[in-house]
Design a protein around this ligand. Structure first.
Ligand SMILES: [Zn+2]
Length: 452
């Protein structure tokens, strides 16, 4: 057994039921789980490894509930800089059609490196395009290599343009193949145990790229295996119009009709979720992944997060893919969530602590986990530390916890995942970042050139 002692944190934010914040706080960890939380005098005096986090704020590792990591190869693509969702997708599908397995592996590691350096220890990823032999296994391999806790979502698209869908026919799959591969992935990789580092999620891309049958069969399969369901829903007004025209229902009504509500389901965006939809999600425990930067980038609107939370809807935070949020920083996403909610609904619509709650324990709930997002005995040893002594937080130490969100704390000094120090003194310990970025940039160039 390996032990790790964390001590002297300026403040340790537990996110436990009492939302305790402990000055001069620390943690005692055995292998991959937290054994004790408290001030130094209440913890063992020594351990195999001791981290003195004087001057740092320690929080639970942030939980990212929505991403498309392959999109890190297509940031700031000129043709897709200024469109709304449907136009943006139409410009990018032909580029993504040239993805290769190496591109999936390298971009996933790059996206995870960026997340880990921004204080995130658990991420989901929604991979829904599988050209040229790409597989979800490529993402799974990347997560294991870098050491991130991972919810790998088997996305899919089956309704191409010739069938009235949005994606070109050459990037869609046959529904039988999708279901077979999804079953293989669950049986091969899904770990339902406590502290699982890898879970598989069933995740058709969106109501405008798969059929009603595939949505229904996906729900049946997910419930058979006890895995979660994830998709995009009610992202913007065109999305609503498509739903009304094709299905004669709002997106929330369509989700209910398909069996896509419940504690085991979370939907990305829900910017245009109406009051009846909010009530339905609250009643059924259906989760929402809020992605403020992406919603602003694509001018989708302002998701009514305050109303959702007041109604009891589980809400987590997501950076979304890097083609619609070209800066995938989880701590910055919490800041943007706070700012955007205030633009829409006034200055009391979200506090700094609300934003941190959504980004930690909120995300954990959305992913269906009760072993992460909180620093308490018996929880997974996932925590991050930000150094408060840099210029970005200078003058903000009246309330260092709020300052994490209001100010710019920079990169995480430490990210610890399942008891393993994956970021130490601001550097990744599990791979060589400069060579990864060099390869990522070469592949990004190759991908853009292939689609000219
Ligand atoms: Zn998305």
């Amino acid at each position: 057994m390996k032990t790790l002692l964390v001590k002297n944190a300026e403040v340790l934010v537990t996110m436990d039921a009492g939302r305790r914040e402990i000055a001069r706080g620390g943690l005692y960890i055995e292998d991959n789980r937290i054994v004790a939380v408290g001030t130094g005098d209440t913890l063992p005096a020594s351990a195999d490894e001791v981290l003195d986090l004087t001057g740092h704020v320690v929080i639970p590792g942030l939980v990212n509930t929505h991403h498309h990591m392959y999109q890190s190869l297509t940031r700031a693509i000129p043709a897709a800089q200024d469109g709304e969702l449907f136009n943006w997708l139409t410009n990018l599908y032909p580029v993504w059609a040239n993805l290769t397995p190496e591109m999936i592996r390298v971009s996933t590691k790059t996206a995870m490196a960026e997340l880990l350096l921004s204080g995130c220890t658990t991420s989901s990823d929604h991979l829904y395009i599988y050209p040229n032999g790409c597989k979800l296994d490529d993402s799974i391999e990347a997560a294991a290599e870098i050491g991130m806790r991972f919810h790998a979502s088997r996305g899919s698209m089956s309704v191409g343009q010739s069938q009235g869908g949005l994606p070109p026919d050459r990037v869609v799959e046959r529904e039988g193949d999708i279901l077979k591969d999804t079953q293989r992935l669950i049986e091969t990789y899904h770990d339902e145990g406590r502290y699982a580092m890898l879970r598989v999620v069933v995740a058709p891309c969106s109501p405008f790229s798969v059929s009603r049958d595939l949505m229904r069969e996906s729900a049946t399969m997910a419930r058979h295996y006890g895995v979660s369901l994830h998709t995009h829903l009610a992202e913007n007004v065109n999305d609503i119009a498509y739903s009304r025209e094709k299905f004669g229902m709002t997106p929330a009504e369509y989700a209910q009709d398909l069996g896509w509500v419940g504690h085991d389901v979370w939907h990305a965006h829900c910017v245009q979720l109406d009051d009846a939809g909010i009530a339905l999600f609250a009643k059924t425990g259906t989760g929402v992944a809020h992605c403020p930067c992406s919603n602003m980038r694509l001018a989708s609107g302002i998701a009514p997060i305050r109303r959702m939370r007041d109604a009891g809807v589980p809400v987590g935070l997501g950076v979304d893919g890097s083609a619609s949020n070209d800066a995938a920083s989880m701590i910055n996403e919490a800041r943007q969530a706070l700012l955007l909610q205030r633009v829409g609904f006034g200055p009391s619509a979200m506090t700094a602590r609300d934003a941190l709650e959504i980004a930690t324990v909120g995300g954990a709930r959305v992913l269906g986990r009760d072993d992460i997002g909180v620093l308490a005995a018996g929880m997974a040893a996932d925590f991050v530390a930000f150094d408060t002594r840099g210029v970005g937080m200078a003058g903000g130490l009246h309330d260092p916890v709020a300052a994490l969100v209001f100010c710019n704390p920079g990169q995480a000094a430490y990210s610890v995942v399942n008891g393993r120090v994956v970021v130490r003194e601001g550097r990744l310990t599990t791979l060589d970042l400069p060579s990864l970025v060099t390869r990522h940039n070469a592949l990004a160039r190759q991908l853009a050139e292939a689609s000219r």
